[in-house]
Design a protein. Structure first.
Length: 125
């Protein structure tokens, strides 16, 4: 039997999980059932460790990677479509360093439309 990663399980439940000051944040909170709350309690240490490891990797990636002209152009096109600045996209984590590598071959209009349809964009605007 293959066990699923706790963060993947929560994502499949339509939840986003993050960590701030060693405290787990689960959104949207109205989707957290008693069963899910118990699951989070049961897997709390694993979830925290995975989130902390991920944030350390992102920090290292941010230190190591500067935007290439191609990445900046791509990011700037997306920002123009969304009528925001490239900094806005990065500051609000609507685009991260992984996106700048993994999605660079995707048309900016498709990425912009995906961002526009996302929960965080709707929450910010």
């Amino acid at each position: 039997m293959t066990s699923i990663n706790p963060i993947q399980y929560l994502t499949k439940q339509g939840l986003t999980i993050s960590i701030t000051d060693n405290k787990l944040n689960v959104k949207p909170s109205n989707r957290v059932t008693k069963e899910i709350a118990n699951y989070i309690k049961q897997h709390k240490d694993t979830i925290k460790n995975q989130l902390l490891a991920h944030s350390q990797n992102v920090g290292k990636l941010l230190q190591l990677t500067e935007l290439s002209p191609i990445q900046y152009n791509w990011l700037n096109q997306i920002a123009n479509i969304l009528q925001v600045t490239p900094d806005y996209l990065l500051q609000h984590k609507l685009i991260d360093q992984f996106d700048l590598v993994e999605l660079i071959d995707k048309p900016p209009v498709i990425v912009a439309n995906t961002i526009k349809a996302g929960y965080y964009w709707l929450k910010l605007n």
